[in-house]
Design a protein around this ligand. Structure first.
Ligand SMILES: Cc1cc2nc3c(=O)[nH]c(=O)nc-3n(C[C@H](O)[C@H](O)[C@H](O)COP(=O)(O)OP(=O)(O)OC[C@H]3O[C@@H](n4cnc5c(N)ncnc54)[C@H](O)[C@@H]3O)c2cc1C
Length: 512
């Protein structure tokens, strides 16, 4: 009997129970295929880091005595599709069993499920096993929210805290007497404490990058192949986690929502790539943060704010994804259709906040949460950009972007394109919020205080126009009543001026 075990590019967990024994009849299969690189155009660093991480895991498994079949992108036998390669390998190894860890993406799940069923006719048993990564199962959020119209993250998060005993006192009350320290976590960053030095370890991957380019894989963004700095195996990921806890976690809470042109990730962890490729388990990250609080190294507000992202948001968006797929990636509540301006691909816009956030996304394959939500996403929603085009851009550009986590964040949280399944109101703002949370407006050629003049910050007219345009869909939302009270105080001439200014901005998106 021979058995194949497929390891996907986001399943780089060397601690999976699969690897606890060495079996000479089991062949571990990793493959670099165009069907996975080409479904959207990806950032160069994302392709490079995933391939380099897969190669590293393949090497480690071999070194531990496992049999490994690594199908490289330029391997002449590579049929460039997961299932075509599996067909060839089943035949080559005369395999009677194939196992794969549950994919996180609906598309691949469906492809492998269909392929597995078809194998039965050939006498090959195909089994899906747990990826042993998440706290929750795919269907848990759906069960928790059954019958509820609104899926409140806070409700989910509190259940998770209790069930997993995270930040809980002995009397089953939340540590510090409160569940949520969000109010303490909204400071702008005055420039101190300094952004910690980059704790990552760059590696030279120029040879691999040449191979990827020669294979013709479509890409954009800066490869930084000579100094690729994302963790490529569990050992590095653990070092990154330790460095984050040591140097940044104590300030994570205070400046979680801050924006600045003087840094690129402030006190954020940069752990999403290691988490989403499963080099790290969310439990160990949560535990490390919790220990930092118990040891007196980081305040509770910072630790709670950080844990909420992982135990709360990360598991919750996964539940939203599985509950609403297929179909979720096509939602478009507001019917927005404008194509992305060209500067999404080169970063050359005069809006200082957008230039920084988009430019950094292209150079680093990374932007922190508030850049993604309140800068790029905010602009896209106000300007009425096509949510599917935006979804593809986000899915391609970020090092950590995998559809199960990217789509609910982009289409749900950021674009409200699902009509409010996961956000209680659209996350939009005018220049006032951006100025309050950051330092981009100082020195920006646009005037943050002006709404209609030639130098007016585009966020202002677009903000009011968004609410005017979607009056029918938004006015009854109690969380935005204030906005409509202000609109009602405007006279019709003022409303018309806003509409005209916004239409002009949208006509010239490429020139902003
Ligand atoms: C429009 C948009 C698109 C996004 N796309 C992705 C994506 O493709 N992949 C992705 O992992 N995250 C995504 N996020 C969530 C979040 O922005 C990133 O997880 C975070 O910026 C990653 O950087 P970090 O590791 O430094 O995070 P930190 O700020 O240090 O947070 C710690 C960890 O919490 C988790 N986390 C934080 N916020 C969220 C969230 N909203 N949803 C799920 N997990 C969260 C991540 O695992 C992250 O590593 C998106 C957010 C928005 C608004």
């Amino acid at each position: 009997m021979s058995r194949l075990r497929l390891i996907l590019g986001d399943q780089l967990n060397p601690l999976h129970s699969w690897f606890s024994t060495v079996d000479p009849d089991t062949v571990y299969v990793l493959m670099e295929v165009r069907s996975e690189t080409d479904y959207v155009r990806h950032h160069a660093q994302k392709i490079l880091a995933i391939f380099a991480g897969m190669r590293e895991l393949g090497r480690q498994l071999k070194a531990a005595g496992h049999r490994v079949r690594y199908v490289a992108i330029d391997d002449p036998s590579n049929r460039q599709s997961v299932t075509d390669n599996l067909d060839a390998l089943v035949s080559h190894y005369a395999a009677t069993h194939v196992e794969y860890q549950a994919p996180d993406e609906w598309r691949l799940d469906a492809v492998l499920d269909a392929w597995g069923k078809a194998q039965l006719a050939h006498g090959v048993a195909v089994t899906q096993v747990d990826s042993e990564h998440f706290y929750t199962t795919r269907d848990e959020a759906r069960a928790l929210f059954k019958g509820r119209k609104q899926w409140l993250m806070e409700h989910f998060y509190r259940q998770m805290r209790v069930r997993h005993g995270v930040l809980m006192d002995e009397d089953s009350k939340p540590a510090g007497g409160q569940w949520n320290f969000d109010q303490d976590n909204r400071k702008a960053w005055p420039g101190t404490p300094p952004e910690p030095a980059d704790w990552r370890h760059p590696h030279d991957h120029r040879a691999l990058w040449s191979t990827i380019e020669a294979a013709g894989v479509a890409h954009f963004g800066a490869p930084q192949a000579e100094a690729l700095a994302w963790p490529l195996h569990r050992g590095e990921a653990l070092q990154h986690l330790a460095a984050f806890v040591q140097h940044a976690l104590p300030h994570f809470g205070d400046f979680q929502d801050a924006l600045t042109h003087r840094g690129w990730r402030l006190f954020h962890s940069l752990l999403s790539f290691a988490l989403n490729t499963k080099m790290l388990n969310p439990r160990e990250v949560v535990q490390a943060a919790q220990n930092a609080w118990r040891d007196g190294h980081a305040p509770l507000s910072a630790v709670e704010g950080f844990i909420r992202q992982i135990l709360g948001w990360r598991e919750y968006v996964r539940g939203v994804y599985w509950a609403h797929m297929p179909g979720y990636t096509h939602v478009n509540h507001f019917g927005h259709t404008h194509p992305l301006p060209g500067w999404f691909w080169h970063g050359d816009t005069r809006m200082a906040c957008m230039k920084h956030a988009v430019g950094q996304s292209l150079s680093q394959a990374y932007a922190h949460h508030i850049q993604r939500l309140m800068v790029i996403g905010n602009f896209a929603l106000l300007a009425g950009l096509d949510p599917q085009a935006l979804h593809e851009w986000y899915l391609g550009v970020y090092i950590d972007a995998f559809e199960w986590v990217e789509a609910p964040n982009t289409l749900g949280m950021s674009q409200f394109a699902d009509g409010g399944k996961l956000a209680t109101k659209p996350y939009v703002s005018s220049a006032a919020y951006l100025h309050r949370m950051g330092d981009h407006c100082t020195g920006c050629p646009y005037d943050r205080k002006d709404r209609l003049g030639p130098r007016a910050c585009p966020f202002n007219a677009l903000y009011w126009d968004f609410h005017l345009r979607h009056d029918g869909l938004l006015r009854r939302n109690p969380r935005i009543g204030m906005v409509y009270r202000q609109i009602d105080r405007m006279d019709e001439a003022e409303r018309q001026q806003i509409r005209v200014k916004a239409a002009e901005l949208v006509r010239h998106l490429d020139q902003l």
